[in-house]
Design a protein around this ligand. Sequence first.
Ligand SMILES: [Ca+2]
Ligand SMILES: [Ca+2]
Ligand SMILES: [Ca+2]
Length: 279
Amino acid sequence: MIRKSAFRVCAAAVGLAGLSVSASAALLSHESFETYSEGSAISGANDGQGWTGAWAGQAAATIAGTGLSYSGGDINIDGGGQALRILGDSNNNMATRTFAPQSDTFYFSFLFQSPTAGAETERDFFQVWLSDGSYSGTNSASVAHDQFSGATHRFLARIAKNSGGPFFNDLDTVVNETYLVVGKVSKTGDSGANFDRVDIFINPTTLTEPAVSSVFDTGDTNRSSMSVLGIRTALLESTDEYLLDEFRIGTTWASVIPEPGSLAIAMMLGGAMLLRRRR
Ligand SMILES: [Ca+2]
Ligand SMILES: [Ca+2]
Ligand SMILES: [Ca+2]
């Protein structure tokens, strides 16, 4: 009986491990910023997993000695003790990094916080874009954070254009609060083999993809393959600041949403053992 129980627990462990392997196989790239020196430039930083080159970037993009974390529903992301800081400068290619070229639907995710955007009525613009080279609005799919009116700033979806794109109007962002942003870049078929749709999910709470995104945009990027993640800022004052953490790129929703950690799995197994012993 004891042997049987142990076998069942082992079988459960193997099942969970199998789940873990299949989910991580879909994860292409991950960056937590934990391994770099605080205060160092992001340019040249070359750790993280699965990237095809080092970060390139401007002097305004450096490693911050604070991490971002997120808890919402079934999703818990522990961003550790460091993140990427962008301070007071604007550039189309503020920081960029390459990943394995993707020609089918892919996902990206990151944690976002700003201590300044929305603190005053000045317009501050932030964007994470995906493309196949240097930024031009028309060649990219993106999520942006922009002034809606006055001090109100909101996220928006933007693809294949230099301005505009629909705002996610359910959420006025707040300074110093961390948001989980998930993006899905796909092809509707209306633009041949080119990517032409971006869906943005703000603060999702489920380990499976919601049926409807927070906001989406469509337009022909003229790009059938994408391999560059970039960060763009515009209209910043010298004191404006953004903090970003836990960048992920993957081919499934689950791959860019951290699954229950090893601690959670250990607790589940421990619980199973306890139940068996009580019987
Ligand atoms: Ca981190
Ligand atoms: Ca500004
Ligand atoms: Ca500002």
